[in-house]
Design a protein around this ligand. Structure first.
Ligand code: GDP
Ligand code: MN
Length: 377
């Protein structure tokens, strides 16, 4: 799960990483008695807000409500702005980049620092590889003093203790929240010390059972933001789902791009035509399954839906739960054909049978049936 900046900063604050003080503004909120200078930051989950005009500084010499209205009318990379974080502006001497994420090749944490953080980090790395440093973390040892000294030197840090504290805290958050990413970009050097100007935290959905209260709270906050809008289409967007509209009459959902692609080939071989293709983005859950089905079914030309699942990390009982929910909630008469195997396959199939949804062991058979049904309807 991706956290909004304000949610990440709440965690930072709780753990003692310095952040600016501020508050959240919702659409149609009455804003009075604001004291400049303020930074007004649109809260969206996509990156590159600054470049897209989603961050405005109010120095006090213009009408602040106009700036706020302007931000609320923005759509950043397709995402509507539904709330704004207002923060006291700080003076920045230098911006650095700091994050901890997983080195996917080794499945171990890695600390990444950049000597010039901020909005142009990608461009600046491309131009100068010297500006970025990677430090592998041994999960059994944690981050070691010499590693912190190494990066502090590279970054020309004056106040070593303050910096060390932040690194150790970021790693603590990374571990305790089961995060896949904790990023501060920029971490600003200000006349009054280091300040986390931005926050980006991604949590591992597979570990949500260990943080049930937190996940519930975060979901509720997200809903609160979304409820402010007429959310017909917005609830169908998800940053992990890839949706490809095509021109046939079979809807296809898979839990991996490769599985999806060879299924498309197979449909073609059986003489079928694909209406749209939805790839759930690797590791997924029942909610994403439900969303994907809604997305696929919202296309009027879809006459049958084929769901192809190979459970590795994904649990088939989870997937089945999403499918059953779809059947119950939408009550549409589009026939669904499932091929599922792997983790928790038995309980998944059991749920499918109870809901009267055909499930097949053979991909060929499932494809054949889905193609045939689409041709009939
Ligand atoms: P992003 O574009 O989504 O990454 O948004 P950030 O929160 O990282 O802000 C983008 C840029 O705006 C930062 O790199 C800063 O240069 C600038 N900025 C944001 N907040 C402040 C602030 O309080 N003071 C100053 N001087 N600049 C800020
Ligand atoms: Mn940023």
């Amino acid at each position: 799960m991706k956290l909004y900046e304000f949610q990440g900063k709440e965690i930072f604050k709780k753990y003692g990483i310095p952040v600016q003080s501020g508050f959240l503004i919702h659409k149609n909120d009455e804003v009075k008695n604001l004291i400049p200078p303020l930074v007004l930051k649109s809260q969206v989950l996509v990156g590159g807000r600054g470049k897209a005009g989603g961050i405005k500084i109010w120095e006090g010499n213009t009408d602040v409500s106009q700036i706020i209205n302007e931000l609320f009318s923005l759509k950043i990379k397709g995402e509507k702005v539904r709330s704004i974080l207002a923060l006291e502006k700080v003076d920045i001497l230098r911006e650095i980049y700091l994050s901890i994420t997983f080195n996917k090749g080794k499945s171990t944490p890695v600390l990444i620092v950049g000597t010039s953080g901020g909005m142009d980090i990608e461009e600046s790395i491309r131009l100068n590889k010297e500006k970025i440093h990677f430090v592998e973390i041994d999960p059994f040892l944690g981050i070691l003093e010499y590693q912190i000294r190494f990066v502090a030197k590279k970054l020309n840090i004056d106040n070593y203790l303050e910096f060390k504290n932040i690194i150790r805290t970021v790693y603590k958050i990374f571990k305790e929240y089961d995060a896949t990413l904790v990023e501060i970009n920029p971490l600003a050097i200000t006349p009054h010390g280091l300040v986390a100007i931005d926050s980006k935290i991604n949590l591992d959905d597979q570990a949500s059972f260990r943080h049930q209260v937190l996940f519930q709270k975060l979901e509720e906050e997200k809903k609160l933001i979304k409820d402010k809008e007429d959310s017909n289409t917005s609830e169908l967007t998800d940053d992990t789902i890839t949706f490809v509209p095509l021109s046939g009459n079979i809807g296809v959902i898979s839990d991996g791009a490769g599985t999806g692609l060879f299924t498309l080939d197979l449909i073609n071989e059986y003489g079928g035509k694909v209406a749209n293709f939805c790839e759930m983005g690797g590791i997924t859950n029942s909610e994403v399954m439900l969303k994907s089905l809604k997305m696929v079914a919202s296309d009027q030309s879809v006459k049958s839906i084929l769901v192809v699942l190979i459970g590795g990390f994904n649990r088939m009982d989870d997937m089945a739960e999403g499918i059953v929910k779809f059947k119950k909630e939408l009550n549409k008469n589009i026939p669904i054909f499932i091929r599922m195997c792997g983790t928790k396959e038995e309980s998944g199939k059991e749920l499918m049978k109870k809901a009267n949804i055909p499930v097949y062991d053979s991909l060929n058979v499932a494809v054949e049936k889905a193609v045939k049904k689409a041709m009939e309807n």
